[in-house]
Every structure is written in C-alpha cells, then in structure tokens.
Design a protein around this ligand. Structure first.
Ligand SMILES: *Cc1c(COP(=O)(O)O)cnc(C)c1O
Length: 399
C-alpha cells in the first residue's frame, strides 16, 4: 500500500478546518426527550426531529423489545429472499391507510427511499425538476438516476413552468420533486400550483413528507392531507425517523407504483429488510398518531405561542423570524460568526438550538424545532433566553 495515495484526505480535512467548515458530532446522553444531557449539562432540546415526543415513548420501546423477542435483532436478508416478516406488511398497510393510498413500501432509511425511488422512476431520457432547497437525498437521487436535472428557485412556480415549457417535450418522463416542509426554513411547498402544472405537462410529482408526516393534517397524514390533496396520484415519500420516532423510510402510492418499486428500486431489492425492532416501533407510533390527536394539537399550540411571543420580544430588534408554517422556526442572522455566538450564549443559558450556516443554507440562521412534549416552562425559558441573547448581541455590535 502506498500511503501517499491517501495523503489528499489530510489535506482535504485541513482545508475544511481553515474554512471553519469542519464538523464533528457531539455526544448526547440519556433517553430522547424535550431535554437533553450533554457533558453533564441539562439543556432544553430545540434540536430534535422527534416532533411528537415518541422516540422516548415506553410504548414504542415495548413494541421494539417484543419484536426482538419474537423475531430476533436482524431481518437476516433482503425482503425478496429471507427478510420479509408479517410486521413489514403490517407497517406498509398502516402507512398506506394513513396516506389514503393503495399501498406502501418501507426502506431502511428515508435517504435510501429517495435515492432508490428516483433511480427507479427516471433515467437518462428523463427530466427531474426540483426545488433548490430540497433535501440532500432528493438531490443525490436525481444525480444517480442519470436524468437531466434542473433546480428551480425555491417555490418559484413561474420558473418551474418556464422549465416545463422549454424542456418537457425533449424528454420521455418528467418528475417534479419537492419537500412538503422545507427542513432548513420550515415553510411549505405550493402544492396546488405544482399539481396543476404537473397535470398540464404530464409530469409525476414526488413529495417528501419527512417533516410533514405525523405533524400536519387532521389525521397526521401530512401536508398533502393538510392542503386537501388526498387521493391525487402522487409519489408520497417520508421517513419513520422523525415524528414516528423510529428508523426507516417509505413510499406510498398506487398499487402499481409500489409493485414497480419492489421490482426496480435497487436500494430495496439489494439491502436487508428493516429490523424487527424498528418496524414494530414505527407501527406502534402510527397507532399513537391515530389515537392521540392531542399530541398534534399540543405541538401546534406551542408553534403559535412561540411565534406570537417571538414577534413580540423581537419587535424593533435586528434579528427576525423567517417565514415558517411548521414546528421548524428560524431566526435570520447577518453572519456565520453572529449565529455561532448566539448559539454559544444560548447554550450557556441551558438552551440547545442549531446554528445553520452556508453552504447548508444561503444565509445563517438559528433553527429551533418544537416538540409536543415541551412544557410551557421550556418555551418561556427559550423566549427569555433569545430576548436576552439578541439584545446583548445588538449592544455588542453597536458598542
Ligand atoms: C431527514 C430527511 C430525509 C432522510 O430521512 P432519514 O430517514 O433520516 O434517512 C429525507 N428528506 C427530508 C426532507 C429529510 O428531512
């Protein structure tokens, strides 16, 4: 082995360090919940995708443990060989019932679901039109599919229409791909306009409900339900790892779409079936989503309370809330340095929030996510902490 063949890795890491873009994970101790322990400090958790507080729910843990006792820890093979269990079908049927579709298919992660679904639905002769703010897994899927892929400006429907007008007729199939809730902004896609365009230009639509499922809609089915488009022919994609507190991804849609994916999605065919524990935990979560709408109500109550309080305390201050329609709430900052200082200051006050910076997003922001299991005290603590940090930040900038 010639070690110099690997020397570029250290050079590349050093470049990341110099650009202040090197990142490493921080250990979090204890069970998932509205507070977290880090290096012995307890912080209120505004970092989590566990919107309904189910990842630490004892009922999910009990379902996972029971599944391990009856089936073991591993699925032992791909679903088409030895890895298919009755639990998998129960979960797929429960997802289809929630989404109001004929069928569903479960993948080992949401990332893999997007990668393999795009890879199966489109190829070199085809066109993918995608929102520029889509999740990385949709971008990766468009790339590996080999299709021509064009990003339209965020939620920019006239640009999407221009692309359809100019390019659609040069391609065999067309797929419009969009997040339903944009994960780094918290706003929603204009689904009605997308569906109208898709119909006029004979395009398929894939909607990624990673942050919508369990959170939006009267039954928690997602943004498609919330906006009144249940029953429209769509490729519904989502993950079991956010509001559903488990691990895995899914696609829901027509029986033929799902049958096609079982035959053509290589990230489903050539990978081991979802583990019995993850499958059973997600199934238990779907039951709770159906039976405890009060969790969603409490989450939305928190969202409107926090937005109202933030607008009140931030009035006249240099930091403002970005447009959002979800439990993902962002505060815009002028620079990466300012947002990192704010995060650090908030951490000292016992508040864990995310500082999201370019190149992940075009402009720096603090990102907060709410959970149904936050207490009123947690929200008050956050509002007071933010007011203090933003006032101090403004004074140190002007002084
Ligand atoms: C988290 C996320 C995914 C990936 O899901 P995993 O199950 O975590 O792999 C896909 N799309 C969006 C929009 C996401 O936020």
């Amino acid at each position: 082995m010639n070690p110099s063949a690997y020397a570029w890795i250290d050079h590349s890491l050093a470049a990341l360090q110099r650009a202040h873009r090197h990142r490493s994970p921080q250990e979090i101790e204890g069970r998932a919940g509205p507070t977290l322990q880090r290096q012995g400090q307890t912080l209120v958790n505004f970092l989590s995708n566990d919107y309904l507080g189910l990842a630490g729910d004892p009922r999910l843990a009990a379902a996972a443990i029971a599944a391990i006792h009856s089936h073991g820890t591993g699925s032992t093979g791909s679903r088409l060989l030895s890895g298919h269990r009755p639990l998998h079908r129960q979960l797929e049927q429960a997802i289809a019932a929630l989404k109001g579709t004929e069928d569903a298919i479960v993948f080992s992660s949401g990332y893999l679901a997007n990668l393999s679904t795009l890879g199966a639905l489109v190829g070199a002769p085809d066109l993918v039109l995608a929102d520029q703010y889509n999740h990385a897994s949709l971008k990766a899927g468009a790339k590996v599919s080999g299709a021509t892929s064009l990003d339209y400006d965020h939620n920019h429907m006239t640009q999407l229409e221009d692309y359809l007008k100019t390019h659609r007729h040069h391609h065999r199939r067309c797929l419009i791909a969009t997040d339903s809730v944009f994960s780094m902004d918290g706003d929603l896609c204009p689904l009605q306009a997308i569906l109208t365009l898709a119909e006029s230009y004979d395009a398929m639509v894939l909607i990624d409900e990673a942050h919508g499922t369990g959170v939006f809609g009267p039954t928690g089915a997602g943004v498609v339900e919330h906006l009144g488009h249940r029953g429209y022919p769509l490729v519904h994609m989502g993950t079991l790892s956010k509001a559903l507190g488990s691990l895995g991804g899914y696609v829901a849609g027509s029986a033929s779409l799902i049958d096609f994916l079982r035959n053509r999605a290589s990230g489903w065919i050539y990978t081991t079936g979802l583990s019995p524990a993850d499958t059973a935990a997600a199934l238990a979560a779907l039951e709770i989503v159906a039976q405890e709408p009060q969790r969603r109500q409490r989450l939305w109550h928190h969202v409107s309370y926090l937005n109202r309080e933030l607008d009140r305390v931030l009035a006249g201050l240099p930091v403002q809330r970005l447009p959002s329609a979800s439990p993902i709430i962002c505060l815009g900052y002028p620079s990466a340095r300012a947002v990192l200082a704010a995060r650090h200051h908030l951490e000292n006050l016992g508040l864990a929030v995310a500082a999201i910076r370019p190149p992940t997003v075009p402009s720096s922001r603090l990102r907060l996510t709410l959970m149904a299991t936050h207490q009123q005290d947690h929200l008050n603590h956050l509002v007071q902490g933010l007011a203090q940090v933003i006032v101090d930040g403004a004074e140190s900038n002007s002084g």
